[in-house]
Write a new protein. Structure first.
Length: 288
C-alpha cells in the first residue's frame, strides 16, 4: 500500500516541519533529518517548512523539462564552481542555489549538498516504496476560486484575486485559496466583473489576433527562468500541454512567485497564473 507523504515535527505547535513517512513508528524524512521525537503535525500548523524538504517535494512532483541536462552550474562564473543537480523543471539546484543556463565542465566536482539531498530522496523512496504524493501545483488558476485574506480576520468571506497585483480586487493582501468561503467580498466582485468585461471585450479579441499571426514573426527561442518573462512573450513549460501568451506580468519585487495574466489559445480564454520564479520555461520572444 502506498505511504502518504506527511509533515513531521518535534513539537506539536511550532518549530521546523519536515516531509516524510512513518514506517511503523520510525519517522523517515526526505532530507534525512533523524529524531525519535518526530511526530505527524497538521498541514495548517504554524511550523516553518524545512527548505530541503520543500525542494524534495518539487523533485518528487515536477515533470522534467524536455532536454534538461542532469547538471548545471550556478549563475556566477567565479572560481569554485561545481556541478549542481537541477530540480526537475526548474533552474534551482537540489542544494537551493540559483542555477545558470549553461552545462558545466564534466571534470568539475559534484556539489556535496546536492548529492546529500539526492541520496536522502533515494533512500526515502527505497525504504518507503510507493509514495502517495500531494498533487502538483496546477499550472492554471481557477478563475472562480475565492481566496482568504492574509493574517487574522474575516475567514468567512472570500476574495477575488487580481493577477496583476497579487492582491484581492479590493486591494487586500491574500494568503491562500479559500474554496470553502460562504460569502464573497462585494468590492472584489464589482471590480472583478468590470475586469472580466474588459477581458472579454478587449483583451480576448486582441490576443486571438496575436495568436493567429504569431507564426509570421521573427522569433528568438530560448530557455530561461519564469522571472524573466515579459508581456508579449510566449512560453511552454514541463507538465502542461498549453501554449501560454503573456498578456501582463505583475511587479516581482521581493516575491518567490511570478504572477501572470496569460492567453490560452487551446481553451480560448484569459487566465490568471502564478509560477515559481525559478521555473524553467521555453520562451518565444519577437526579435525587435
Amino acid at each position: 500500500m502506498p505511504l502518504l507523504l506527511i509533515r513531521l515535527a518535534t513539537g506539536p505547535m511550532n518549530g521546523t516541519a519536515h516531509l516524510g513517512v512513518l514506517l511503523g513508528t520510525e519517522p523517515v524524512t526526505a532530507c534525512a533529518t533523524r529524531s525519535p521525537d518526530l511526530q505527524p503535525v497538521p498541514d495548517a500548523s504554524a511550523h516553518a517548512m524545512c527548505q530541503s524538504c520543500a525542494r524534495a517535494l518539487l523533485v518528487l512532483t515536477t515533470a522534467p523539462h524536455p532536454g534538461e541536462p542532469e547538471a548545471r552550474t550556478t549563475t556566477g562564473r567565479g572560481r569554485g564552481q561545481v556541478r549542481h543537480r537541477p530540480v526537475p523543471g526548474h533552474l534551482l539546484a537540489y542544494c537551493g542555489n540559483s542555477l545558470g543556463k549553461r552545462r558545466p565542465d564534466p571534470t568539475l566536482s559534484r556539489c556535496t549538498p546536492c548529492a546529500r539531498l539526492s541520496d536522502a530522496i533515494d533512500a526515502l523512496r527505497r525504504r518507503a516504496g510507493e509514495l502517495l504524493l500531494p498533487a502538483a501545483e496546477p499550472c492554471h488558476a481557477d478563475d472562480t476560486l475565492l481566496w482568504a485574506p492574509d493574517g487574522l480576520g474575516d475567514l468567512v468571506t472570500g476574495h477575488r484575486r487580481n493577477a496583476a497585483t497579487g492582491k484581492g480586487f479590493c486591494d487586500r493582501p491574500l494568503a491562500d485559496p479559500h474554496p470553502g468561503a460562504s460569502n464573497e467580498c462585494a468590492p472584489c466582485r464589482i471590480h472583478w466583473e468590470l475586469a472580466e468585461l474588459i477581458r472579454q471585450m478587449v483583451t480576448l479579441p486582441r490576443m486571438r489576433d496575436e495568436a493567429r499571426t504569431w507564426h509570421q514573426r521573427d522569433l528568438d527561442v530560448f530557455d530561461d527562468r519564469a522571472l524573466t518573462l515579459i508581456a508579449g512573450d510566449v512560453y511552454t513549460l514541463s507538465g502542461c500541454q498549453e501554449t501560454h501568451y503573456v498578456v501582463a506580468v505583475a511587479d516581482r519585487g521581493g516575491k518567490t512567485r511570478t504572477d501572470l495574466l496569460v492567453y490560452l489559445p487551446a481553451e480560448d480564454r484569459v487566465a490568471d497564473l502564478r509560477l515559481r520564479r525559478d521555473r524553467l520555461v521555453t520562451v518565444q520572444r519577437p526579435i525587435r
